[in-house]
Design a binder for this molecule. Structure first.
Ligand code: MF3
Ligand code: CO
Ligand code: CO
Length: 260
């Protein structure tokens, strides 16, 4: 990730708005398909078909992280239960009643990325699992409420960390939010923990993701041999929600917000 943070023009933000809307609509499309018996490959294939039909591309497919691992082999990330992030869809992975699954989508529309994820309940997960999912979504909401010109990245991290830890959960440190535009992952890095008043100052025109990953137990992860799948070290549950946001003159615009 480069040092300097690009400020997007109004024209670029309009393109990000269109990509963001598409990403949100893709999750809306997938949500009712999440049921016991469906495979994560089924979800992947539906996402790929839906995305292409709208003249967009799936950014994850073939994506290589700068430090050079194997390219990501699928169109979306499907992270079930103890998987923190970057789960790879598989025809052998059948969703079970009681699972939680994060689906992370990033369509590229007219060159710009819309990056968003939600954690869905499969059937009826345990009260503890539902609490984790609820608190994680609240963490994202509270973080977004911090965003305005002059606020700092540390304000975002502190809001997430305080809420998660006050419920006895932990915040993943090894994966962060990121600047996003015509580039999938760029500056700034957006930690989901931190100290209020510290970190880079936010300015109108910055566009980045906030994507807290919150764990039931330890925040530490293990990387599986596939080079991508990150799971909790203690195999306890992990949940995540993600939005792409723009810092505006007045505060914040959620580019991947669900329209109601
Ligand atoms: N969408 C993920 C994010 O929020 C990145 C996935 S990278 C991939 O940043 F290669 F795994 F798709
Ligand atoms: Co994402
Ligand atoms: Co992201």
């Amino acid at each position: 990730m480069g040092e300097s943070i690009t400020l997007l023009s109004r024209r670029e933000i309009e393109k990000m708005r269109e990509a963001g809307r598409l990403a949100c609509q893709l999750l809306d499309y997938l949500e009712p398909l999440v049921k016991p018996g469906v495979t994560t490959q089924d979800l992947n294939d539906e996402a790929e078909r839906w995305t292409r039909a709208r003249g967009a591309k799936s950014a994850p497919l073939g994506y290589e992280i700068p430090n050079g691992k194997c390219p990501f082999p699928a169109s979306i990330c499907t992270s079930v239960n103890e998987v923190i992030c970057h789960g790879i869809p598989s025809p052998n992975q059948v969703l079970q009643d009681g699972d939680i699954i994060n689906i992370d989508v990033t369509p590229i529309l007219n060159g710009y990325h819309g990056d968003t994820s939600r954690t869905f309940l499969v059937g009826e997960p345990s009260p503890k699992a539902r609490k984790l999912v609820q608190v994680t979504e609240e963490c994202l909401k509270l973080a977004i409420a911090e965003v305005r010109p002059g606020a700092r990245l540390g304000d975002i991290g502190a809001a997430i960390q305080h809420h998660a830890e006050s419920h006895g959960f932990s915040v993943v440190r090894d994966f962060v939010g990121h600047g996003v535009s015509h580039i999938f992952h760029t500056a700034p890095q957006v930690p989901h923990f931190g100290v209020r008043g510290k970190g880079k100052k936010l300015r109108a025109g910055m566009v980045f993701t906030i994507e807290p990953m919150i764990n039931e137990g330890t925040h530490e992860h293990i990387l599986l041999d596939d080079g991508w799948t990150a799971i909790t070290k203690d195999r306890k549950l992990s949940a995540q929600f993600e939005h792409t946001i723009a810092v505006t003159q007045f505060g914040v615009e959620i580019l991947t917000r669900r329209e109601d």
